[in-house]
Write a protein that binds this ligand. Structure first.
Ligand code: HEM
Length: 451
């Protein structure tokens, strides 16, 4: 059988630099334009080197089920995140070390453990939303970021009050604001901008914030080493108790990088997803009506597990992550050898990413893909390669269960307690926020009253 060649994006308007700038400034337009011309697979220059976007479920399935055999899921290609997360971050590790570290980090994120976080999520949501005043406008994403940061800090450290916690919360939110806009996220994309010109320069400010966070984390780790408490079940305690094959504990720098990785990967993404759910639910009255009917059927003091299992709530959260997947792409996979991928010829060293956004926008899978229609998830089942907001394979998101649990419980807690309205005149657009896709302006909303 003849092998097909992967279409390459070329032309005067698609030089490597132009592609890269378009990808940084307006990733949706970039993907929509080229996805229309090449719906299944195409080769881009968005990182300076060739990067192949895979948008067809069958090709994705082949890629992501062979990502330790014929392909690898290397950490070195995620170097862009090194200044934010550190060299020992799970996201930057590869091969055996990556596999071992995942094994170590996975247990606390297993679905069974979610029961422990149910009450915490509801309490935190109540606490944050209790500061809303009637008819006052607030930015949904900021409020949701507070919820998700408090949840992840509690799950990771087992603490959520005190001076160090407050400082940590503030410095992390501030450091991660480097990813707030296309302009500031250029700091990560273009290494020549990474110059420390003092605390007033953007990069200098970023480095100083990082140093402050390091200090706070190292102090927390040192205190726990001095006063070990075997009863603690938070993620940091589990990581500190773990030993590698030589019986060695994780070094402080490794602990710090993994903590930052979980905080970074765990709260920005979930906050954005929650802001989108609030947006869609309030933009479409029929969605709001159906969802409220379902939530009200549970009555007050509903058990978190009962909320989690609600079918329409589940469909609303699924559709939210379909229409604008917070992670637009999977992490890159690289071909270990010359091979065939669903009939396409792939050469050693070729870099491929699953394009979650374009897969979720395929009209053959999702008719009227631009419409928010939770029902589609109740009418049919999608395979893990047709619907993959958390990726798949060797690097599938380890926080998937926590994120889904948090989205449903926080959304339900808000809707059961408050009547809200959008304070946006126009439809909200999606824009890059670091490596994620987020509502531009964060979704302005108003609290109309309590329920
Ligand atoms: C709605 C929320 C979230 C979304 C949409 C999301 C999405 C993703 C995606 C697309 C990947 C890449 C998968 C791949 O390459 O196949 C990923 C990886 C990852 N996610 Fe999430 N995520 C979310 C929440 C979380 C949470 C709550 C945590 C942790 C507390 C987390 C931790 C991670 C980590 C550590 C990785 C890297 C795994 C590895 O390198 O092996 N994420 N996530």
């Amino acid at each position: 059988m003849t092998q097909r060649t992967i279409a390459r994006i070329r032309g005067p308007k698609a030089t490597a630099l132009v592609q890269r700038l378009q990808w940084v400034a307006d990733p949706l337009q970039y993907m929509d334009t080229w996805g229309k011309q090449h719906p299944d697979i195409f080769a881009t220059q968005v990182t300076g080197n060739t990067m192949i976007f895979v948008n067809h479920p069958q090709i994705l399935q082949e890629l992501l089920t062979r990502d330790t055999r014929d392909f690898e899921a290397p950490g070195r290609v995620n170097q862009i995140l090194q200044p934010l997360l550190g060299e020992q971050s799970l996201i930057l590790l590869e091969g055996d070390r990556h596999r071992q570290q995942r094994k170590l980090l996975m247990p606390p994120f297993h679905g069974d453990r979610m029961r422990n976080y149910g009450e915490l999520i509801c309490d935190v949501t109540q606490k944050v939303t209790s500061r809303w005043h009637e008819n006052e406008v607030f930015v949904a994403r900021d409020a949701m970021q507070e919820v998700s940061l408090m949840v992840i800090l509690q799950a990771v450290f087992g603490i959520y009050s005190g001076e160090r916690y407050d400082l940590l919360k503030r410095s992390i939110a501030s450091m991660l604001s480097v990813t707030n806009s296309p302009l500031s996220s250029s700091l990560l994309f273009f290494s020549f901008l990474q110059q420390d010109l003092g605390s007033w320069s953007p990069w200098g400010r970023f480095l100083r914030q990082r140093q402050q966070i390091d200090q706070l984390l190292f102090t927390e780790i040192a205190e726990r080493r001095q006063h070990p408490d075997e009863d603690r079940t938070d993620i940091l305690s589990l990581m500190m108790a773990a030993r590698d094959e030589q019986g060695q504990p994780m070094r402080d720098e490794e602990l710090r990088d993994e903590l930052l990785t979980l905080l970074f990967a765990g709260h920005e993404t979930t906050a954005t997803a929650l802001a989108w759910t609030l947006y869609w639910v309030h933009r479409q009255p029929e969605v709001y009506g159906t969802l409220m009917q379902e939530l009200d059927s549970l009555g007050p003091d509903a058990d978190p597990m009962a909320i989690f299992r609600l079918p329409y709530l589940t469909a609303v959260c699924q559709e939210t992550l379909r229409i604008y997947p917070v992670g637009m792409l999977t992490f890159p996979r690289v071909a270990k050898r010359v091979t065939e991928l669903a009939g396409y010829r792939v050469t050693t060293g070729d870099t491929l990413v699953g394009c979650i956004y374009l897969t979720h926008r395929r009209p053959d899978l999702y008719p009227e893909p631009r419409r928010f229609k939770p029902e589609r998830f109740m009418e049919r089942k999608f395979s893990p390669y047709e619907y993959l907001p958390f990726g798949a394979g060797a690097r599938q998101c380890i926080g998937m269960a926590l994120a889904q649990y948090e989205m449903k419980l926080a959304l339900a807690t808000i809707l059961m307690n408050y009547q809200l309205a959008l304070a946006e005149k126009h439809p909200v657009k999606a824009a890059r926020r670091g490596v994620t896709l987020s509502p531009l302006g964060g979704v302005r909303m108003k609290m109309i009253g309590r329920r």
